[in-house]
Design a protein around this ligand. Structure first.
Ligand SMILES: NC(=O)c1ccc[n+]([C@@H]2O[C@H](COP(=O)([O-])OP(=O)(O)OC[C@H]3O[C@@H](n4cnc5c(N)ncnc54)[C@H](OP(=O)(O)O)[C@@H]3O)[C@@H](O)[C@H]2O)c1
Length: 306
């Protein structure tokens, strides 16, 4: 049987395949990558046997030399010390991705050996020396956002991310991933709050500066173990059963989806680990760009798990 690598039998000189993280991205061998990330590729020579079942004569002797370029990822996680950011850092480290986190507090007190694998850079995105973190990065992931006064919410959810998107663009970083938020079917007067206005501003900046690679993930309630001042808040005790309940009843609740604000109750929660896996998927898959709903986030996470 012809194997995957039994492409037309070209022997010498070796031919070069487009960039990929070999072997985990073997199925993406024929995808292209923007120019900047090429500098993070390594070249590996692979000698492959070509054996076609229907060919009888000397079927084992034909060999090809394949030189596959391997892409090593280096991501910068803005807010890597936070609830979502730390899950992303942990998942990225487990996939062998180099991780730099930026947050004002710098290194957090999470337990686990993965913490030592991350480069924790203290800094505020508004005053950051981007030269310290961006050169060589293959993606920037922003988890920056939060609540406060109208002005504060516009600044942290909107402006902070706009600054980050533009810095990433200036440094030629090929991918930007933004953790945004689901709109919960809210009526427009509620969506005009600083929180949502800021989020949508940030989204527009990502999508306009990165039309072919930018990723906007829109989760609803995110559950997991949230650490606050050294204490663990087990949000999964609520989130997990709620997610299961909503999935089990979705056929009955569907007609309610069109009601304003119905998603405040009906939008399924997403586990912080699934969200982190969706981020990993978005970083390593060049075809992953645009706006992703709660369901699509879960699907992306499932693909990585498989
Ligand atoms: N949690 C949820 O249920 C949920 C649901 C939907 C969407 N989201 C969105 O998901 C994102 C992450 O949420 P989260 O719950 O992980 O929030 P979080 O725990 O508060 O994390 C936010 C991170 O951003 C950092 N940060 C804030 N301002 C910064 C600045 N000016 N410069 C550098 N770093 C800054 C914080 O660290 P420092 O304070 O040390 O700087 C922290 O590491 C947010 O955008 C949020 O709106 C969350």
């Amino acid at each position: 049987m012809a194997s995957f690598l039994a492409v037309p039998a070209i022997s010498t000189p070796p031919f070069s395949l487009p960039r990929t993280s070999f072997p985990t991205r073997l199925n993406s061998l024929f995808q292209n990558r923007s120019a900047l990330s090429l500098s993070h590729s390594h070249r590996f020579g692979v000698r492959c046997s070509y054996a076609e079942a229907s060919i009888n004569e000397d079927s084992t002797s034909a060999t090809i030399d394949v030189v596959a370029d391997v892409r090593s990822e280096r991501i910068v996680v803005l807010g890597g010390s936070g609830f979502v950011g730390s899950a992303i850092c942990k998942a990225a480290v487990s996939k062998g991705i180099e991780v730099v986190s930026v947050s004002r507090t710098g290194r957090p007190t999470y337990p686990g050996p993965w913490v030592d694998e991350v480069t924790w850079t203290p800094g505020d995105v508004f005053y950051l020396n981007w030269d310290e973190v961006l050169p060589g990065a293959t993606a920037v992931v922003s988890t920056i956002g939060g609540f406060g006064s109208e002005e504060q919410m516009l600044r942290i959810n909107g402006e902070a991310n706009v600054v980050a998107v533009n810095a990433a663009k200036d440094y030629g970083i090929p991918k930007f991933v933004l953790i945004s938020v689901h709109d919960y079917n809210l009526p427009s007067f509620l969506l005009s709050s600083g929180y949502f206005t800021g989020k949508r501003k940030a989204e527009s900046e990502v999508l306009s500066k990165y039309p072919n690679s930018g990723v906007v993930l829109r989760p609803g309630f995110i559950y997991g173990k949230r650490r606050v001042d050294g204490f663990e808040i087990p949000l999964d005790l609520i989130g997990e059963p709620l997610e299961r309940l909503l999935r089990a009843t979705e056929n009955f609740t569907k007609p309610l989806n069109s009601l304003p604000a119905s998603d405040l109750i009906l939008a399924p929660p997403v586990s912080v680990d699934d969200l982190a896996l969706a981020v990993i998927s978005s970083i390593t898959d060049d075809d992953f760009f645009g706006v992703y709903t709660i369901e699509q986030i879960k699907e992306a996470a499932e693909k990585v798990k498989v």
